[in-house]
Ligand binder design. Structure first.
Ligand code: SF4
Length: 500
């Protein structure tokens, strides 16, 4: 594995926090009119280096990095050499280096989910603030791609800080209106933005164009006035801070509103709550609450009655509450790009959802909807932080649950991609047996809260296919059907043979 490295700067002070070694990587799909390094745009060039050589080079300067410094990948567009950057970051992280990537968001998306969790600081270049200016400036009709990149950073697992940079060209973005558009673009990432910097356009790169024989598209444009750029940088930062404050206030308002709605659904009296809590204390999640804290916890949690079909939470909801199902069933799903519903899990008594969201402070990525009438214990974040956060038992429960979900998601991917309809149906029935099965003299009874369509959404099959397959399994004597909501599994082994 080797990457093309255009050049290396040691002791860099501006491309990320502290003192850093900067590796400028070769290749960039954009053609910015003001690019100072047009020689980095070609994908091939510079010197070939292995990830190990990068780490060795970085290690020579490690003593200068101090607390904050480390290694930066710039370019060019470093994310274009995704595999190489991923392999190198892995090695750097294993040795405890602080990492930074300077990007315009036009790399190889396949590697984003691998790279992003390994990045401490992202220097994000914002070229322009609308589609047409983006195209005029970069020669690429890629504004939407860029916005998608910003929106998905969380999803790719990026959990560091962002430094936003914009090169200001006179006549293009040197106005207050432009700064307002700029700040609006940053909304999807605003919780991660640490600073916004305006770099005044200058003409010192023109010489390189002459040497390379490339026409310079900003010929005749004067350098950006530094004082004016500073003024607009201050304006953008103020706007951003205001926007952030507004968003936080709105978020708080949404939390209060959600709390109020849940409170309206509150069903249990303090006595009933105490009784339920006693039962729930059998669960690891609540077993660690100190006896003297029980009353305080009980006064803060809500026991909500959720009617079948009601949404409990939806994609994008802030991590303000976690939900523990006391009674009933809830489906957790997403709507896919084709408008289909993909059910991930069916949760029931004793299951909980949202613990990891509270721990790592990420919004909900899926939708929770009651399949049957449910009683749900809602634990607000402040209660969780006060009484649960530092309990090893709670952390363990949340981890175990998260691990189960990863396993289940892996199995789901495997099942959807490699199984035929019989295997998917058998797999689904076995899952349901595990979750809902009740042993009876007639066989294992499954009382379903899901329609045939939802069963299909759970297993990756169309409603007609699942109905047909269940009919076939009935003919074969593997199951019996009682109406549309009860299945009795008669031959577990036969079902298991499909998924072995
Ligand atoms: S993104 Fe950077 S390297 Fe690529 S063309 Fe623009 S300025 Fe040059």
């Amino acid at each position: 594995m080797q990457g093309y490295v255009h050049s290396i700067e040691t002791m860099g002070l501006v491309d990320g926090p502290g003192t850093r070694t900067i590796f400028f990587l070769q290749g960039c799909p954009l053609r910015c009119a003001y690019c100072h390094n047009p020689d980095t745009q070609k994908r091939v060039g510079g010197q070939l280096m292995t990830p190990e050589e990068i780490v060795r080079t970085a290690s020579r300067y490690r003593t200068y990095y101090g607390e904050e410094g480390g290694v930066t990948f710039s370019g060019g567009e470093p994310l274009l050499q995704g595999k190489f950057v991923y392999q190198t970051l892995k090695l750097l992280k294993a040795e405890g280096y602080n990492t930074c990537i300077d990007t315009s968001g036009f790399g190889n998306p396949q590697y984003y989910p691998l790279i992003m969790p390994l990045v401490d600081t992202l220097i994000l270049d914002v070229k322009a603030f609308d589609q047409q200016s983006f195209k005029d400036l970069t020669f690429i009709d890629g504004f939407e791609i860029y916005i998608d990149f910003l929106k998905n950073l969380d999803h790719y697992g990026f959990d560091g800080q962002i430094w936003v940079r914009h090169v200001m060209v006179p006549g293009l973005t040197d106005s207050k209106e432009a700064m307002e558009r700029f700040v609006r673009i940053l909304r999807p990432i605003r919780n991660k933005v640490d600073r916004i910097e305006i770099l005044p356009y200058h003409t010192s790169g023109v010489q390189k164009y002459q040497e390379l024989g490339i026409p310079y598209r900003l010929e005749g444009v004067e350098p950006m006035d530094k004082d004016r750029a500073k003024e607009l940088e201050i304006y953008a930062n103020k706007l951003f801070a205001e926007d952030l404050r507004k968003e936080r206030a709105e978020q708080e308002q949404r939390r209060i509103e959600k709390f109020r709605q849940l409170k309206e659904h509150e069903v249990a009296s303090p006595d009933e709550k105490a009784e339920m809590f006693e039962i729930l204390r059998g669960l690891p999640l609540l077993s660690d609450v100190d006896e003297e804290d029980v009353e305080a916890v009980l006064s803060e949690v809500i026991v909500a009655n959720i009617k079948a079909g009601e949404l409990v939470f939806k994609t994008g909801d802030a991590p303000d509450f976690m939900y523990l199902i006391y009674e009933g069933q809830m489906k957790i799903f997403v709507n896919t790009m084709d408008g289909e519903e993909q059910i991930f899990y069916i949760y029931r008594d004793g299951d909980f959802v949202g613990g990891l969201n509270l721990l790592v402070q990420t919004p909900y990525r899926y939708i929770g909807q009651a399949l049957t009438d449910c009683k749900v214990v809602v634990i607000p974040k402040y209660t969780f932080d006060k009484y649960f956060w530092d309990s090893p038992v709670v952390l363990r429960s949340v981890l175990v649950k998260s691990f189960e979900r990863i396993r289940w998601a892996e199995e789901l991917i495997q099942r959807l991609s490699t199984s035929n309809a019989s295997m998917k149906t058998a797999g689904l029935l076995l899952k349901l047996v595990k979750r809902l099965g009740v042993e009876t003299d007639d066989g294992i009874r499954l009382e379903l809260s899901m329609s045939r369509e939802e069963l299909g959404n759970y297993s990756g099959l169309r409603r007609e296919t699942i109905t047909r397959k269940l009919g076939e399994f009935k003919e074969l004597g593997y199951i019996e059907l009682e109406g549309s909501r009860v299945i009795i599994v008669k031959d577990l082994e036969a079902l298991e043979s499909y998924v072995m």
